[in-house]
Design a protein around this ligand. Structure first.
Ligand SMILES: [Zn+2]
Length: 181
């Protein structure tokens, strides 16, 4: 955080410093334009076939969790955290997380605010991208875990929220699969 060189832009969400390209801030994600572009690059890696829907979903949830608060809609922060909880602690696949998100979105339009995100992140989308396409799967896992760790203090609130909006959701989506990684 102490890099004060001219020409760097700091992301308001995750705090990553990237060369300032004069890009417009992403309102949707409370992210600098440069940070969002980094995420687009990562999505490109995933789309190249190095990995599949699971890791795609995890990367979106992680990005949302790191950019909760600010201009980000409440639902993005909440769904990012719900996604991380379900995948990392409950062993949900990407498809199952998507089904959970859809179910929840259909049942409620009102979501509480999570954020601002609890820390200046040591690991950001930049670290994942810098490791290159072939390592993206492993790096996204590490990134997701590191992010969830900082948010874990909200776990009870997240579980309570899911139970309130869609009682039994975990069970009926999860049809008997084994627990978390
Ligand atoms: Zn960012």
């Amino acid at each position: 955080m102490d890099n004060k060189n001219i020409g760097l832009s700091e992301c308001p969400g995750c705090g990553v410093n990237l060369p300032d390209l004069g890009l417009r801030k992403s309102e949707r994600f409370n992210a600098s334009g440069e940070c969002w572009e980094m995420f687009m690059k990562l999505s490109g890696y995933i789309a190249q076939g190095y990995d599949e829907e699971f890791i795609q979903q995890m990367s979106i949830d992680t990005y949302e969790a790191q950019h909760a608060g600010g201009t980000t809609k409440n639902i993005a922060g909440a769904f990012g955290l719900i996604g991380l909880y379900l995948s990392l602690e409950k062993g949900f696949s990407g498809k199952e997380v998507q089904r959970a998100h859809m179910d929840l979105a259909n049942r409620s339009k009102e979501w509480p605010r999570f954020g601002p995100s609890p820390s200046k992140w040591k690991m950001t989308v930049k670290n994942v991208v810098d490791a290159g396409p072939k390592k993206s799967k492993k790096m996204i896992h590490l990134w997701a875990k590191a992010t969830w760790k900082e948010w874990e203090f909200e776990k009870e609130r997240i579980i309570g929220l899911m139970n309130k909006v869609s009682p039994g959701l975990e069970k009926y989506i999860k049809n008997g699969k084994k627990g978390a990684t």
